[in-house]
Ligand binder design. Structure first.
Ligand SMILES: [Zn+2]
Length: 223
Protein backbone atom coordinates (compact mmCIF):
# COMPACT_ATOMS: atom_id res chain seq x y z
CA UNK A 1 0.00 0.00 0.00
CA UNK A 2 1.12 3.53 -0.80
CA UNK A 3 2.27 6.05 1.80
CA UNK A 4 -0.58 8.31 3.02
CA UNK A 5 1.19 11.58 2.14
CA UNK A 6 0.04 13.66 -0.84
CA UNK A 7 2.08 12.84 -3.94
CA UNK A 8 4.38 10.35 -2.21
CA UNK A 9 5.12 7.37 -4.42
CA UNK A 10 6.90 5.32 -1.78
CA UNK A 11 5.42 2.28 -0.13
CA UNK A 12 3.95 2.59 3.34
CA UNK A 13 6.23 0.46 5.48
CA UNK A 14 5.59 1.96 8.92
CA UNK A 15 2.53 2.97 10.88
CA UNK A 16 1.81 6.65 11.35
CA UNK A 17 -0.63 7.58 14.12
CA UNK A 18 -3.17 10.31 13.37
CA UNK A 19 -3.03 12.41 15.42
CA UNK A 20 0.38 11.55 16.92
CA UNK A 21 0.40 9.28 19.96
CA UNK A 22 2.34 11.89 21.89
CA UNK A 23 -0.81 14.04 22.03
CA UNK A 24 -2.51 11.55 24.33
CA UNK A 25 -1.93 10.63 27.93
CA UNK A 26 -0.97 7.11 28.88
CA UNK A 27 -3.92 4.75 28.68
CA UNK A 28 -5.96 7.09 26.50
CA UNK A 29 -4.64 6.31 23.08
CA UNK A 30 -6.40 3.03 22.32
CA UNK A 31 -8.71 4.54 19.74
CA UNK A 32 -6.05 6.14 17.62
CA UNK A 33 -6.14 5.68 13.90
CA UNK A 34 -3.13 4.72 11.86
CA UNK A 35 -2.18 5.03 8.22
CA UNK A 36 0.67 3.41 6.33
CA UNK A 37 3.63 5.70 5.93
CA UNK A 38 7.03 5.74 4.27
CA UNK A 39 9.96 6.46 6.56
CA UNK A 40 10.27 10.11 5.54
CA UNK A 41 6.67 10.99 6.32
CA UNK A 42 6.67 9.28 9.69
CA UNK A 43 9.75 9.52 11.86
CA UNK A 44 10.88 12.87 10.59
CA UNK A 45 8.18 14.84 12.34
CA UNK A 46 8.69 13.96 16.01
CA UNK A 47 10.14 17.37 16.86
CA UNK A 48 7.36 19.21 15.06
CA UNK A 49 4.81 17.10 16.91
CA UNK A 50 6.19 18.14 20.27
CA UNK A 51 6.44 21.77 19.26
CA UNK A 52 2.85 21.90 18.02
CA UNK A 53 1.56 20.07 21.09
CA UNK A 54 3.38 22.48 23.40
CA UNK A 55 1.98 25.54 21.64
CA UNK A 56 -1.57 24.16 21.52
CA UNK A 57 -1.41 23.36 25.24
CA UNK A 58 -0.01 26.80 25.99
CA UNK A 59 -2.84 28.54 24.16
CA UNK A 60 -5.65 26.20 25.28
CA UNK A 61 -4.62 25.59 28.90
CA UNK A 62 -6.17 28.73 30.47
CA UNK A 63 -9.63 27.42 29.57
CA UNK A 64 -9.05 23.68 29.31
CA UNK A 65 -8.18 21.34 32.18
CA UNK A 66 -7.20 18.66 29.74
CA UNK A 67 -4.74 20.86 27.91
CA UNK A 68 -3.30 21.82 31.26
CA UNK A 69 -2.94 18.20 32.30
CA UNK A 70 -1.28 17.18 29.04
CA UNK A 71 1.10 20.12 29.33
CA UNK A 72 2.12 19.15 32.86
CA UNK A 73 2.60 15.47 32.05
CA UNK A 74 4.03 15.55 28.54
CA UNK A 75 5.65 18.92 27.94
CA UNK A 76 6.85 20.26 31.27
CA UNK A 77 9.22 17.34 32.02
CA UNK A 78 11.04 18.17 28.78
CA UNK A 79 11.52 21.76 29.84
CA UNK A 80 13.21 21.02 33.13
CA UNK A 81 16.68 21.27 31.61
CA UNK A 82 17.60 24.82 30.84
CA UNK A 83 19.80 23.92 27.90
CA UNK A 84 17.52 21.37 26.28
CA UNK A 85 17.14 21.78 22.54
CA UNK A 86 13.38 21.61 22.92
CA UNK A 87 13.29 24.48 25.37
CA UNK A 88 15.46 26.56 23.08
CA UNK A 89 13.19 25.84 20.16
CA UNK A 90 10.09 26.77 22.13
CA UNK A 91 11.45 29.97 23.57
CA UNK A 92 13.02 31.19 20.34
CA UNK A 93 12.07 34.84 19.92
CA UNK A 94 10.25 34.94 23.29
CA UNK A 95 9.80 38.39 24.80
CA UNK A 96 9.31 39.21 28.49
CA UNK A 97 6.62 41.86 28.88
CA UNK A 98 6.45 44.65 31.47
CA UNK A 99 4.11 42.66 33.70
CA UNK A 100 6.60 39.78 33.81
CA UNK A 101 4.67 37.47 31.53
CA UNK A 102 6.41 35.92 28.55
CA UNK A 103 5.18 36.15 24.99
CA UNK A 104 6.05 33.19 22.78
CA UNK A 105 5.89 33.68 19.02
CA UNK A 106 4.50 30.80 17.01
CA UNK A 107 6.54 29.14 14.26
CA UNK A 108 3.77 28.87 11.69
CA UNK A 109 5.97 26.91 9.28
CA UNK A 110 6.12 24.08 11.81
CA UNK A 111 2.35 24.31 12.28
CA UNK A 112 1.76 24.24 8.52
CA UNK A 113 3.96 21.17 8.04
CA UNK A 114 2.26 19.42 10.91
CA UNK A 115 -1.30 20.13 9.78
CA UNK A 116 -0.58 19.30 6.15
CA UNK A 117 0.61 15.86 7.26
CA UNK A 118 -2.32 15.44 9.66
CA UNK A 119 -4.83 16.46 6.98
CA UNK A 120 -3.26 14.02 4.51
CA UNK A 121 -3.62 11.29 7.12
CA UNK A 122 -7.24 12.14 7.90
CA UNK A 123 -8.17 12.22 4.20
CA UNK A 124 -6.37 8.94 3.54
CA UNK A 125 -8.28 7.35 6.39
CA UNK A 126 -11.60 8.88 5.32
CA UNK A 127 -11.40 8.33 1.56
CA UNK A 128 -8.82 5.54 1.35
CA UNK A 129 -6.85 7.65 -1.14
CA UNK A 130 -4.06 10.18 -1.13
CA UNK A 131 -5.00 13.84 -1.49
CA UNK A 132 -4.66 14.33 -5.29
CA UNK A 133 -1.67 16.34 -6.44
CA UNK A 134 -3.74 19.16 -7.93
CA UNK A 135 -4.97 20.05 -4.43
CA UNK A 136 -3.25 22.90 -2.64
CA UNK A 137 -3.34 22.71 1.15
CA UNK A 138 -3.26 25.69 3.48
CA UNK A 139 -4.30 26.33 7.07
CA UNK A 140 -5.97 28.95 9.23
CA UNK A 141 -5.38 29.29 12.97
CA UNK A 142 -8.19 31.33 14.49
CA UNK A 143 -6.80 30.87 18.02
CA UNK A 144 -3.54 32.64 17.30
CA UNK A 145 -3.76 36.22 18.41
CA UNK A 146 -2.53 38.97 16.12
CA UNK A 147 0.65 38.97 18.20
CA UNK A 148 1.26 35.40 17.09
CA UNK A 149 1.84 36.92 13.66
CA UNK A 150 -1.02 35.63 11.56
CA UNK A 151 -1.88 38.07 8.82
CA UNK A 152 -5.16 39.96 8.77
CA UNK A 153 -5.97 38.42 5.45
CA UNK A 154 -5.92 34.97 7.00
CA UNK A 155 -8.49 35.91 9.61
CA UNK A 156 -10.70 37.41 6.95
CA UNK A 157 -10.69 34.19 4.93
CA UNK A 158 -11.64 32.31 8.06
CA UNK A 159 -14.72 34.47 8.63
CA UNK A 160 -15.90 33.74 5.10
CA UNK A 161 -15.34 30.08 5.64
CA UNK A 162 -17.50 30.10 8.79
CA UNK A 163 -20.47 30.99 6.63
CA UNK A 164 -19.67 28.26 4.11
CA UNK A 165 -19.77 25.27 6.43
CA UNK A 166 -23.29 25.50 7.72
CA UNK A 167 -24.07 22.04 6.31
CA UNK A 168 -23.41 18.59 7.73
CA UNK A 169 -19.84 17.37 7.61
CA UNK A 170 -18.95 14.37 5.47
CA UNK A 171 -17.27 12.71 8.40
CA UNK A 172 -16.79 13.36 12.11
CA UNK A 173 -14.08 11.45 13.95
CA UNK A 174 -13.45 11.44 17.69
CA UNK A 175 -10.24 10.34 19.33
CA UNK A 176 -9.11 9.41 22.77
CA UNK A 177 -11.67 8.87 25.51
CA UNK A 178 -13.96 11.84 25.07
CA UNK A 179 -15.79 11.39 28.34
CA UNK A 180 -12.88 10.83 30.69
CA UNK A 181 -12.96 14.44 31.78
CA UNK A 182 -15.74 15.78 29.62
CA UNK A 183 -13.37 17.28 27.13
CA UNK A 184 -12.34 15.42 24.03
CA UNK A 185 -8.67 15.57 23.16
CA UNK A 186 -9.11 15.73 19.43
CA UNK A 187 -12.08 15.88 17.14
CA UNK A 188 -12.02 16.35 13.39
CA UNK A 189 -14.72 17.14 10.86
CA UNK A 190 -14.32 16.73 7.13
CA UNK A 191 -16.46 18.89 4.84
CA UNK A 192 -16.69 18.26 1.10
CA UNK A 193 -17.74 15.69 -1.43
CA UNK A 194 -16.26 12.21 -1.45
CA UNK A 195 -14.55 11.41 -4.74
CA UNK A 196 -12.40 14.54 -4.95
CA UNK A 197 -14.64 16.55 -7.26
CA UNK A 198 -14.37 19.75 -5.28
CA UNK A 199 -12.48 21.42 -2.49
CA UNK A 200 -12.37 19.82 0.95
CA UNK A 201 -12.26 21.50 4.34
CA UNK A 202 -10.91 19.76 7.44
CA UNK A 203 -11.72 21.29 10.83
CA UNK A 204 -9.49 20.09 13.67
CA UNK A 205 -10.43 20.75 17.29
CA UNK A 206 -8.08 20.07 20.20
CA UNK A 207 -9.37 19.95 23.78
CA UNK A 208 -12.60 21.50 22.59
CA UNK A 209 -10.76 24.83 22.44
CA UNK A 210 -8.01 25.05 19.85
CA UNK A 211 -9.28 25.06 16.30
CA UNK A 212 -7.41 24.72 13.03
CA UNK A 213 -9.05 24.86 9.62
CA UNK A 214 -7.30 23.14 6.72
CA UNK A 215 -8.37 24.07 3.21
CA UNK A 216 -7.69 21.54 0.47
CA UNK A 217 -8.39 23.50 -2.67
CA UNK A 218 -8.95 21.75 -5.95
CA UNK A 219 -7.48 24.05 -8.54
CA UNK A 220 -8.61 22.18 -11.60
CA UNK A 221 -12.26 22.43 -10.49
CA UNK A 222 -12.17 26.14 -9.81
CA UNK A 223 -10.21 27.09 -12.95
ZN1 LIG B 1 5.80 9.18 2.09
Amino acid sequence: MKCYYQGCTKKGITKEHIPPRSFFLKGENEQLLTVKSCEKHNNGKATDDQYVLAQICRIASPTSNRANEVFLKKIKPQLSHNDSAFKKMLSKGAVTLDDGSVKYPVDTKRFDDFFTALSCGIIFKTCNKQVPENYVIHHQYPNFSSEDSVGEQGLHVFEEFKQLISGEPMKVLDFGKPNTQNESIYKVKVFGMPGFNSSITVVHLFYGKFEVVSFLSNFRASA
